[in-house]
Design a protein around this ligand. Structure first.
Ligand code: EPZ
Length: 419
């Protein structure tokens, strides 16, 4: 298990290129199961979560080839049982249920366990499959869905915490080959859902309304192969903007889509940073001291839960008090105890982190936990005095392509140590 050591206090400056989106690539790779023809996906990030997804596709019988950021998948025939020993490593594997059900009318996947950010139920996914005519069986830690035929239906994906991103993806992929019209109400509006719908339409699906709470699908008989480039990773982009905020003089990110992370930009401007944009490049510059701000995570286009931990790291040394409320995963505060070990003054009150800005943080050995909490600890280390050692770096490698090399190219003193 590698660890990352950050030597704090060095100013960042320069330009970093944003990779393709993990949360778009994963469902799009799953969607290639919907056709026997080859699909070519560009700008697939080199991440362990992507490797796990490719392993699953391969296990299901698809031919998978990867040449740097381009992945070709040809699923001439598919098995319908996803292997536990790979699925357990990545809960997003659940998004193979929809395409397998759509194409083979059955699928068996081990139930995704919980994870450090909280319970990860899939009741809304299963509600959608049942509405399309599938039966659901949960047995021995597996969920099996099967249907003699799939018939279009009207489905609501509204849950206690709003909609579901992968649930919308799954129901979308199950409905594209169903008989007749499906209307998904309370659909997730995230850009990654739109990217998936665009890819499915290139394959011959007939989807309208992706990106709005109502998606309408006209079922078709079959889908054909397609070529597609994945959108930029808006969370990686936001993470590097926060890096520029925490320790930067002038940091520019390229190949990002600002409107996918406008809520993050607005929050950083509210903290007093100056953001400028020009054709795909976004530059952040400090504009005096870091001001405090109150944030609430919301479904897109609101402030993303996947940026909550990173903002806590920034606000830990802001001038004044901030409140960060987590409305999507109320337990998603694994980063707080580790930030407090670095000197942050944060108290949790239910799903709200109450942050009192301190003058500085001190480096310390800390433990990575979930993907974004781990990134937050790296960001805090950039600011902290002394050395911060982040253990269990595999959490970060799940979702960030070469984060240490990219930060190093901006002037961070950061090293990866093989343990
Ligand atoms: C996706 O997870 C992302 N992962 C997550 O990013 C992201 O945090 C999340 O969406 C919210 O934006 C991928 O796209 C691979 P949800 P997903 O279903 O789809 C509850 C990262 O760091 N819920 O939108 O699994 C659920 O418990 C990851 O890149 C149900 O109650 O999340 C949560 O409270 C972390 N029933 C809320 O809805 C269900 O059937 C939103 O979850 C499904 C979800």
């Amino acid at each position: 298990m590698d660890k990352i050591i950050v030597h704090g206090g060095h100013t960042l400056a320069g330009t970093v290129k944003i990779s393709g989106s993990k949360n778009s690539a994963l469902p799009i790779l799953a969607a290639t199961l919907l056709t026997k023809e080859p699909c070519v996906i560009h700008r697939v990030p080199d991440l362990s979560d992507v490797h796990y997804m490719l392993q699953i596709l391969n296990h299901l019988g698809a031919e998978v080839e990867r040449a740097s950021g381009v992945v070709t998948v040809k699923a001439e025939k598919v098995d319908t049982v996803a292997p536990y020993d790979v699925v357990r490593k990545m809960r997003a594997s659940v998004c193979v249920l929809g395409p397998l059900l759509g194409r083979e009318k059955e699928a068996t996947v081990s139930l995704p366990g919980g994870c450090v950010i909280g319970d990860r139920p899939i009741d809304l996914h299963l509600r959608g499959f049942e509405a399309l005519g599938a039966a659901v069986r949960v047995h021995a830690g597996n969920v099996k869905v099967f249907a003699p035929e799939l018939v279009g239906a009207k489905i609501s994906l509204k849950g206690k915490f709003g909609s579901t991103v992968l649930g919308t993806d799954n129901v979308l992929m199950a409905s594209v080959l169903a008989e007749g019209t499906t209307v998904i109400e309370d659909a997730a509006c995230e850009p990654e859902v739109v990217d998936l719908a665009n890819f499915l339409n290139k394959m011959g699906a007939r989807i309208e309304g992706a990106g709005t709470p109502q998606i309408v699908v006209e079922g078709v008989k079959e889908l054909h192969g397609a070529e597609h480039e994945v959108i930029p990773d808006r969370i990686e982009a936001g993470t590097f903007l926060v890096a520029g905020a925490i320790a930067g003089r002038e940091v520019t990110i390229t190949r990002a889509k600002y409107d996918h992370l406008a809520a993050v930009g607005t929050a950083l401007e509210a903290c007093g940073f100056n953001l400028t944009r020009s054709n795909g490049a976004i530059t952040i510059r400090p504009n005096g001291s870091v001001g405090s701000v109150d944030l609430r995570t919301e479904p897109y286009p609101g402030f993303p839960t996947d940026m909550q931990a990173q903002m806590c790291a920034l606000l830990a040394t802001a001038r004044g008090d901030s409140e960060v409320t987590e409305n999507i995963f109320p337990q998603r505060f694994m980063h707080v105890s580790e930030l407090k070990r670095m000197g942050a003054a944060i108290e949790l009150d239910g799903a709200t982190a109450k942050i009192r800005g301190v003058n500085g943080l001190s480096g310390a050995p800390v433990m990575a936990s979930d993907l974004r909490a781990s990134a937050a600890l790296v960001l805090a280390g950039l600011k902290a005095e002394g050395e911060t050692e982040i253990n269990r770096v595999y959490h970060i490698d799940r979702g960030y392509e070469l984060i240490d090399e990219k930060l190093g190219s901006l002037g961070a003193h950061i090293e990866r140590v093989k343990v």
